[in-house]
Write a protein that binds this ligand. Structure first.
Ligand SMILES: Cc1ncc(COP(=O)(O)O)c(C=O)c1O
Length: 434
């Protein structure tokens, strides 16, 4: 007899090709069909619950089925579901743009809409290249940090440096070189990486349109973390060579690293900032590339001068998604989310100390509401991440390690008791590998 889960899984596998998956794995690894969500919990079709310790790929910052966001979207649904944004506009887009200009670092005054993180990165890359071209300069090269990840469309993949995603497509990619990411969270490492950046900019600065970085935390790059000093020093250095700084805050934006945006900790305003993921509280796809008046003005002229930025997506600035984003920002305004997060992240760090007793744990690191446990001594073929994932699911916690990195990026509404369950389950999973 099939249970409720098996039935939907069988139907799924008939037709669906899942992302980031070797589909053959599902001959032995069961898919988890989710029927509903509430708060930090997801529930399958047999009503088993799972704590979503990774905010469903880092998006659900206020958990699932949040009453406020849901009700704001329902209202909008009966007013205007969509209209194109070329030649037309609407209240949710206008209000959201106004909020974002006030919320992001001073000087990011222009808001360009897209509909997923990779597209926002494409927009930033194209705009930067085009800015230089509009000013009579040819800068066909981009610079990014080693170990970086910026998405998987061709441009975004080109500026990434995680081999797993990039290697196969190398012949298709646009020109990009890497400069070393600081090797750890110390100030010394930040300064030493700046020396590397200075050398590259000196040699090739005039060919480079922009340096793109993930501020403070490289997410898909195994939750690697570095000191804000690197960004503080990189910004004026880039400016000296006329190179834009693109801060990709798609993962780290909206409070994840302890401040609303990670760049605030470096006290700089980048030339471009890309945001997505937490922007809509995990409800709807939306992404934004913010930039400065300087960039905007380089495109502003008579039509026949052919300098306009002709980039568009069908769902650009979708009103439902903008409303979800406005509702998400209202949740930040309604209570001291960042203050509460600070207490929760201190509690998480304290709980993680006991992991140091385990001989397979190499390092514990944390930035705000991101914590990672790095395991040591395993070959990639052992797929220990998969074992931890499976243990987590069996015990009601959705952990999705990146290789040998077990990490926690829970919704901000997680309670202390739920933190205990999440971390104790991961501890048992890691201990069980010994
Ligand atoms: C830093 C960063 N940039 C860009 C992206 C791409 O976003 P999307 O998956 O929405 O295309 C991601 C996704 O994980 C990311 O972490």
């Amino acid at each position: 007899m099939m249970n409720n889960n098996t039935q939907i899984v069988t139907e799924d596998l008939k037709n669906i090709w899942h992302p980031c998956t070797q589909m053959k794995d599902h001959e032995t690894l069961p898919l988890i069909p989710i029927k509903r969500g509430k708060g930090v919990y997801l529930y399958d079709f047999d009503d088993k619950s799972y704590i979503d310790a990774i905010s469903s790929w880092w998006v659900n910052i206020f958990g699932h089925v949040n009453e406020h966001i849901s009700s704001r979207i329902k209202e909008q649904l009966d007013t205007l579901e969509h209209v194109l944004l070329a030649g037309f506009t609407h209240k949710p887009a206008v209000n959201l743009a106004d909020k974002l200009v006030n919320l992001t670092p001073k000087g990011l005054d222009k808001v360009f809409f897209a509909d997923n993180g990779s597209s926002a990165v494409e927009v930033a890359l194209k705009m930067s290249f085009h800015y230089h071209r509009n000013r009579g300069e040819n800068r066909p090269l981009f610079l990014s940090l080693t170990n970086s990840y910026h998405g998987e469309t061709i441009g975004a993949l080109s500026v990434g440096d995680v081999e797993l995603y990039k290697e196969t497509y190398a012949p298709l990619l646009i020109s990009c070189i890497q400069t070393p990411v600081p090797k750890d969270q110390s100030e010394e490492s930040a300064k030493s990486a700046i020396t590397g950046l200075e050398k590259i900019l000196k040699e090739r600065g005039s060919e480079i349109s922009a340096l793109i970085i993930e501020p403070l935390v490289q997410g898909a790059g195994y939750m690697h973390m570095y000191h804000p000093l690197y960004i503080t020093l990189a910004k004026p250095l880039c400016a000296k060579y006329g190179v834009h700084l693109i801060a990709d805050e798609i993962l780290v934006g909206f409070g994840r690293t302890g401040t609303m945006f990670a760049c605030e900790q470096a006290n700089i305003t980048p030339d471009f900032m890309t945001i997505s993921k937490g922007l809509t509280g995990g409800y709807l796809p939306l992404a934004i590339t913010m930039t400065t008046l300087d960039v905007y003005n380089a495109f502003y002229c008579d039509y026949n001068e052919h300098k306009a930025f002709l980039h568009s997506h069908s769902y650009t600035g979708n009103p439902l998604a903008c409303t979800a984003a406005l509702a998400t920002i209202e949740l930040f305004e309604a209570s001291d989310v960042l203050g509460e997060n600070q207490k929760k992240s201190a509690y998480i760090l304290e709980k993680l100390q006991k992991f140091k007793e385990l001989s397979n744990v190499k390092e514990i690191r944390q930035t705000g509401m991101i914590a990672a446990v790095e395991l040591d001594g395993y070959a990639p073929e052992e797929r220990i991440g998969l074992k931890v994932y499976q243990y987590g699911l069996d015990n009601g916690v959705l952990l999705r390690p990146l290789g040998h990195i077990v990490y926690f990026m829970p919704p901000y509404i997680i309670t202390y008791e739920q933190i205990d369950t999440m971390i104790d389950t991961a501890y048992e999973a890691i201990k069980g590998l010994l």
